[in-house]
Write a protein that binds this ligand. Structure first.
Ligand SMILES: Cc1cc2nc3c(=O)[nH]c(=O)nc-3n(C[C@H](O)[C@H](O)[C@H](O)COP(=O)(O)OP(=O)(O)OC[C@H]3O[C@@H](n4cnc5c(N)ncnc54)[C@H](O)[C@@H]3O)c2cc1C
Length: 285
């Protein structure tokens, strides 16, 4: 392996300087789980890794806003810290539910929320869940800070809309009382494997009527993708089995579904229509 410097800057100015010095060959590091795999596979050969562990206190901690409406989560928060945060899992149980089949305890102990988002592999489990919550990200770079919907972070396979030098600093997830939520991970091998499709669902019911909903597809598309037309089929309607079947069919035809080692386009489209209908049936009951 070529020489590799590992830095642990004590503030953001030093981190930005280290990241800019090497013309893109230095990379920020969260837990390092994705970086190490890519380096071992020789897909990626950085000259330096810049740990974000000590750059700024704002990269750490899970806080609930004073009005109880939004969780703010530092980018360096590990999956294990999230799954053991009782307050967060009580108010957003979909996070704990997603963790059950996400990797394994060794990975969850070190992988971070920020690294998970920035990696932008469309098969990751949490990004569609954050998108279904209408979560936002705060990013910081040499030019300053900006905040935008998390779904706009993803630009394609392993691609984000981060500008050179920008770092993910925090994630903001609304609690949204009254919504029912689920992440459906459909794997074709073991339960902890990468999904053939992932569907993050949020539904707000008013009696038998669907008041509002979010449907986000992952793993079948090159980025987490909102199923806008399927949402339109259901929004404002009284839920029936026929309507759920129509929403499943609409979902399977409204986006371009990719073939990969977990399944061909037609197969994934079928999985989507069946699993979306089934999950919505449970959630809307
Ligand atoms: C054995 C194994 C099994 C796994 N199984 C699953 C699974 O079932 N489901 C699933 O969803 N995931 C799974 N993963 C993937 C895992 O979720 C990712 O590897 C992890 O989320 C990456 O987080 P990290 O903190 O380790 O990122 P890192 O490896 O540190 O970084 C990943 C990328 O993000 C960049 N980066 C890191 N932090 C920031 C930041 N704050 N701002 C900007 N850029 C940043 C890095 O430069 C790099 O490009 C698995 C991983 C392993 C190793």
């Amino acid at each position: 392996m070529a020489d590799l410097d590992i830095h642990e800057p004590g503030d953001l100015t030093e981190a930005f300087s280290l990241l800019s010095e090497t013309d893109g060959a230095a990379r920020p590091m969260g837990g390092g789980t994705a970086l190490m795999l890519m380096m071992k596979a020789q897909l990626f050969k950085p000259s330096a890794l810049v740990s974000l562990a000590k750059v700024d206190p704002r990269f750490h901690g899970v806080e609930l806003s004073a009005d109880g409406g939004t969780f703010s989560i530092g980018a360096m928060t590990t999956f294990a810290e999230l799954e053991h945060n009782k307050d967060l899992c009580d108010r957003l149980p979909v996070i704990a539910q997603t963790m059950v089949t996400l990797a394994n305890p060794r990975v969850r102990n070190v992988a971070t929320i920020g690294g998970n988002l920035a990696h932008a592999d469309p098969h990751l489990d949490l990004p569609p869940v954050w998108a279904s919550l209408d979560a936002e990200v705060s990013v910081i770079g040499p030019q300053g800070e900006r905040r935008f919907p998390v779904i706009d972070l993803f630009a394609g396979y392993y691609e984000t809309t981060l500008q050179p030098g920008e770092l993910i600093m925090r994630l903001h997830a609304p609690v949204q009382d009254g919504w029912r939520r689920r992440y459906v991970k459909v794997t074709t091998r073991s339960a902890h494997d990468w999904p053939a499709i992932g569907i993050a669902i949020g539904v707000k019911m008013n009696g038998a009527q669907c008041e509002d909903l979010r449907l986000i597809l992952s793993a079948a598309t090159d980025r987490p993708t909102r199923l806008v037309e399927a949402e339109t089929v259901l929004r404002g309607q009284t839920i029936t089995d026929d309507l759920l079947a129509a929403a499943g069919k609409t979902a399977a035809s409204e986006v371009h579904i990719e073939t990969d080692s977990r399944g061909a386009t037609d197969y994934k489209a079928h999985l989507l229509s069946v699993h979306l209908k089934r999950a919505l049936h449970d959630l809307c009951e």
